[in-house]
Design a protein around this ligand. Structure first.
Ligand code: BEZ
Length: 212
């Protein structure tokens, strides 16, 4: 197991999930992907996270993103837990949860951090592009639930910057001004970004979101 870094190819696997046996690459198809792990079934923070992820599915669908979760318990346990998630979070879990009892996928993605807990997965997130390259990794401790608005925001940034020579500034959200890539001289940028280029400093040029 090697640490996975940005730009690495996301390893493929076939795993038992709450929706049957699935091959990861086949499941993703040409979509973007979010693979995210949870410490264990029937735990409070995880219950809120999976419910939140389910409620965000429409937003992920709009961005062509498919979700797959992982927990180190078995499929029968996942199915029982899903009933609780649906009941308590007022939703329907609408993506598969890997039943990683043998820790195969957890090991492949280095989701167990022995100095935090040597048996349970931490809260890892991998965002994967349609070429199966890893575009973002996040690692949260068990005690901190993730922010799914942030995952949507990062997806918006990744999809924008994949198609335009821009970067997104601190706390950027879809529709706000973006930064012109440093590799483009300002005069050239004015020809590319027809909505206008504001030169705050020679190295800091802003332009309206080209996708908005
Ligand atoms: C939770 O999901 O609530 C949780 C899981 C493991 C440790 C602490 C909290």
């Amino acid at each position: 197991m090697a640490t996975l870094r940005l730009g690495d190819t996301a390893p493929d696997f076939t795993a038992v999930t709450s929706e049957g046996t699935l091959n990861f690459y086949e499941y993703l198809g040409d979509s973007w992907g979010i693979l995210f792990s949870h410490p264990a079934d029937f735990t409070p923070v995880c219950t809120t996270e999976l419910g939140t992820a389910a409620k965000f599915k429409d937003e992920f669908d709009k961005r062509n993103v498919k979700m797959m979760a992982l927990s180190v318990d078995g499929a029968a346990s996942h199915l029982e837990w899903i009933k609780d998630i649906n009941e308590t979070q007022n939703t329907e879990v609408n993506f598969p949860i890997i039943a990683d009892v043998e820790r195969k996928v957890s090991d492949l993605y280095d989701m167990i951090h022995p100095n935090a807990d040597d048996t349970l997965t931490v809260r890892s997130v991998f965002i994967i592009d349609p070429d199966k390259k890893i575009k973002l990794t996040l690692t949260y401790p068990a005690s901190t639930g993730r922010n799914f608005y942030e995952l949507l925001r990062v997806i918006d940034s990744l999809q924008l910057t994949a198609n335009h020579k821009v970067a997104t500034p601190a706390n950027w959200e879809h529709g706000e001004k973006v930064v012109v890539s440093p590799s483009i001289p300002t005069e050239e940028a004015k020809g590319i970004f027809t909505k206008g280029v504001e030169e705050v400093k020679p190295y800091l040029r802003l332009t309206p979101d080209p996708s908005a």
